[in-house]
Design a binder for this molecule. Structure first.
Ligand code: RET
Length: 260
């Protein structure tokens, strides 16, 4: 009786947890970077909540059998918190109105709630849940590609570029989730282990690079405070890299008086 000392999914979920927690690093750097605005707390919550959820999955926490198919409850709890943040943050970067940001986040949360209902129910109800979730997903895609661009257009070029990256990162990668769901818990054509491995990969790709993209484009955000670091030159108010505004329009009222 050779019982494997470490279960495959423990390894997979541990790697997922690690890769997601790596994603907190750029968010923490942004938080400590002396930027004004940027809502980096929300950004940090994305890989942090997911990372914690993966730690719990690695310990075999909340696995439940639905129709004989094991589903980790943490996955849906994590998605319920983090996917509205992913969508809402992309909308925020695009400069969308508060109403659209919240509307998109709510549509996203409903998509996950209906997905959770679908996974828990037996066939007729399951497909109704799937259809409701898919409708919410379609409405999200409508907001991302139908409404977001008109807001993004009004933004400075670097911010517009970041908004487009986040829009496509969310819009394209997420298409894979309902497909995996269909063959996994839906039709039960592929094993829960295979689903777990594929979803782990997708979750990491959906989150860690997302945070990094924002970090990479950090010149989009205004530098705040009296000690805006002079990168390269000590000249006041000179844009630093790539012509981006480091302190746009701020005439440094609270600066330490010039030592002349
Ligand atoms: C479900 C249920 C079936 C129908 C649809 C779904 C969509 C899920 C999506 C999940 C995205 C998750 C992400 C996680 C990141 O860690 C719920 C599978 C449409 C789009 C990005």
């Amino acid at each position: 009786m050779s019982e494997s000392p470490i279960d495959l999914m423990t390894v997979v979920y541990s790697i997922g947890a690690f890769a997601l927690l790596v994603g907190t690093i750029p968010a923490i750097r942004l938080l400590g970077g002396g930027y004004r605005g940027g809502r980096f707390g929300f950004l940090l919550a994305i890989p942090a909540v997911a990372g914690i959820s993966y730690v719990s999955m690695a310990f075999g926490g909340g696995e439940v059998l639905f129709q004989g198919y094991p589903v980790p409850i943490e996955r849906y709890a994590d998605w319920l918190i983090t996917t509205p943040l992913l969508v809402g943050y992309a909308a925020y970067i695009a400069g969308m109105s508060r109403t659209w940001i919240i509307g998109a986040a709510v549509a996203d949360a409903l998509m996950i709630v209906f997905g959770g209902v679908a996974v828990a129910l037996a066939p007729p109800g399951q497909w109704i849940g799937f259809a409701a979730s898919a409708l919410c997903h379609l409405s999200l895609l409508g907001v991302l590609y139908g409404i977001l661009p008109s807001y993004a257009q009004e933004q400075p070029s670097e911010r517009r570029r970041l908004a487009r990256i986040l829009q496509n990162h969310v819009g394209l990668l997420w298409l894979a989730y309902p497909i995996v769901w269909l063959f996994g818990p839906g039709l039960q054509a592929i094993s829960a282990t295979a689903v777990g491995i594929v979803i782990t990969f997708m979750d990491v790709v959906a989150k860690t690079p997302y945070v990094y993209f924002v970090y990479r484009a950090r010149n989009v955000f205004e530098k705040a405070g009296p000690r805006a670091p002079a990168q390269g030159t000590a000249t006041q108010g000179t844009p630093t890299q790539g012509g981006m505004q480091t302190r746009p329009g701020v005439s440094e009222p609270s600066e330490v008086p010039a030592r002349t």
